[in-house]
Design a protein around this ligand. Structure first.
Ligand code: G4P
Length: 530
């Protein structure tokens, strides 16, 4: 029997952030392969396997063949227990992705070597940077022509504002890809594309100082270029500093090809060693030690109707301290009610399995009797603490929502309220209208389809959606100090209020918020509601 301390100490909980198509699914699959959690490549639900995957998750997920929900994958590797908080890969499902990031202790950032930092990577990175978690970079698709390596590093530093420290260095790319140079051991690990889909990679290592062997393996030209680049790099790049990595100030960078299964295990082994186990999280009573303190957790995601037959809702919680044991009773702090956590489950690829125990660092999904809200805290019965709530992420798409049959007003209002409370949409109202017409805001446009689908299937209400051109949102931070209804605005500005009657402004153009600030002395605007 291992102790609580050992169990928690060997946990590594991370999220993978990337722009769609950078290779997140392929890399996840290779991690699982190394962890022995799957036996063959192609088992993780991806675009190609979606058609055949058995899933009782939301109907819309099946219809569209994309993953609407975040699942949690757990596997063992080298004595570590690794949780991957898998996040919706589709561009349109970023809000859950954002929330999931708040449950991770570190992040893996996958970048396509031919494209560099892309829009979604940037957005997700910003959320990780807010919580100062360590971020490990994997530059993928080196078997395809990639950008110049120094350019790639500059791109990360300039676009994301984080220092980079290459742990290894690619030797060419595309058809000239010869492998990677490991800076610490000064070994060249030769690329071969025969490892695809297998667990055992027989990487051949050559000492860089053995010039003849190096030339024999990678050729004269590649050897000269590599020597030159290493000299440049040693003079220019940031020193490796584990403390700075753990504070999220420096990202270790690795290169490889997820598809060809090259550089993946090297990356996995290295970043697990650098990543932090669950560390104390701050609650209202101070930092909560993951080992010393009894069970506590916060809810970061609620998934409705995963199984339509049971109309169930699953609340996903991140355990922050202590241990969960089957059947235990815990206090839901926000309501003060004691709950038996029923049907706790973990999601392993597409299967749900019922759990007997789980530790700080793990994520479990429990049956939600309709009580939980995103950001809520659970703790032991005789304990009392609250974790800070999860921030509301600014929606980027807006639509006017009208009910078609106005006789069903009550169902409409109830449905909209419930779906908004789950955090699937944000709801706004114009100043002079009632609830029969609202504006919905979402991070990804597909959430509009989810809204339409759920209102019809769960509340029997049909709606018409009219997309609006707004993209930027700012809450008025000091409504008592300004004349909210008479601000000097821009032509693309719209004044609305949220569900808590907080006034806010919507804009079409990125530069308009600043113009409004310039025109209204004393006005304070914020990207998030408080
Ligand atoms: P995502 O989850 O980040 O969206 O990316 P995913 O892993 O689905 O990969 C996107 C595409 O890029 C896939 O091709 C995948 O095979 C390919 N890919 C991933 N890693 C590498 C790599 O290291 N090298 C190369 N050359 N390709 C890579 P697809 O044709 O869009 O899909 P599929 O039919 O192969 O699944």
């Amino acid at each position: 029997m291992s102790s609580l301390q050992e169990e928690i100490g060997r946990r590594r909980t991370f999220a993978i952030i990337s722009h769609p198509d950078a290779g997140k699914t392929t890399l996840t699959e290779k991690f699982l392969l190394y962890g022995g959690a799957i036996n063959t490549a192609g088992s993780v639900k991806g675009k190609a396997t979606a058609k055949t995957a058995v899933s009782d998750w939301m109907e819309i997920e099946k219809q569209r063949g994309i993953s609407v929900t975040s699942s949690v994958l757990q596997f063992e590797y080298g004595g570590y227990c690794i949780n991957i908080l898998d996040t919706p890969g589709h561009q349109d499902f970023s809000e859950d992705t954002y929330r999931t990031l708040t449950a991770a202790d570190c992040a893996v950032m996958v970048i396509d070597g031919a494209r560099g930092v892309q829009a979604q990577t940037k957005k997700l990175f910003k959320v990780c940077a807010m919580s100062h978690i360590p971020i490990f970079t994997f530059i993928n698709k080196m078997d395809r022509d990639a950008l110049d390596t120094f350019e790639l590093l500059d791109d990360i530093e300039n676009n994301l504002g984080i220092d980079t420290c290459p742990i290894n260095w690619p030797i060419g790319s595309g058809k000239d890809f010869k492998g990677i140079f490991d800076r610490k051991s000064r070994q060249i690990i030769q690329y071969s594309d025969t490892q695809k889909g297998t667990r055992e990679g027989h990487e051949i290592a050559t000492d860089i100082d053995d010039k003849d062997a190096v030339i024999a393996h990678i050729g004269d030209d590649a050897c000269d270029k590599l020597t030159e680049e290493i000299d440049l790099l040693d003079g220019a790049s940031a020193e490796f500093d584990l403390e700075r990595v753990r504070k999220g100030q420096l990202t270790p960078v690795f290169f490889g090809s997820a598809l060809q299964n090259f550089g993946v295990e090297i990356f996995l082994r290295a970043f697990i060693g650098m990543a932090t186990p669950p560390t104390p999280r701050v609650a209202d009573i101070g930092p909560i030690d993951p080992v010393e303190h009894g069970f506590s957790a916060f809810i970061f995601k609620i998934q409705a109707n995963m199984n339509k037959a049971h109309r169930d809702r699953i609340a996903f919680m991140r355990i922050c301290s202590g241990k969960y044991e089957a059947g235990m009773e815990v206090k839901h702090v926000q309501s003060g009610r004691v709950q038996r956590l029923s049907q706790p489950q973990q999601l392993m690829a597409q299967q749900r399995k019922i759990l007997d125990e789980a530790y700080a660092g793990d994520v479990i999904g429990v049956f939600d009797p309709g009580l939980y809200r995103i950001g809520d805290t659970l703790c032991l019965k005789n304990d009392n603490l609250r974790y800070a709530g999860i921030p509301t992420f600014a929606p980027e798409h807006f639509a006017r929502v009208r009910q078609i049959d106005t006789m069903k007003r009550d169902q409409f209002v109830k449905g909209i309220r419930q779906i908004a409370q789950e955090g699937a949409i944000q709801v706004f109202q114009e100043y002079n209208t009632g609830m029969e017409e609202i504006i919905a805001g979402v991070v990804g446009v597909l959430q509009f389809d989810v809204l339409k689908f759920r209102l019809k299937s769960e509340y029997n209400v049909e709606i018409r959606l009219e997309e609006l051109p707004y993209e930027y949102i700012r809450w008025i931070e000091n409504p008592a100090e300004v004349d909210v209804q008479h601000l000097v605005g821009t032509t693309d500005m719209k004044l609305v209020k949220d569900m808590h009657d907080n006034p806010l402004l919507l804009f079409v153009n990125e530069w308009s918020p600043q113009m409004v600030l310039d025109r209204n002395k004393g006005l304070a605007l914020a990207e998030f509601s408080r």
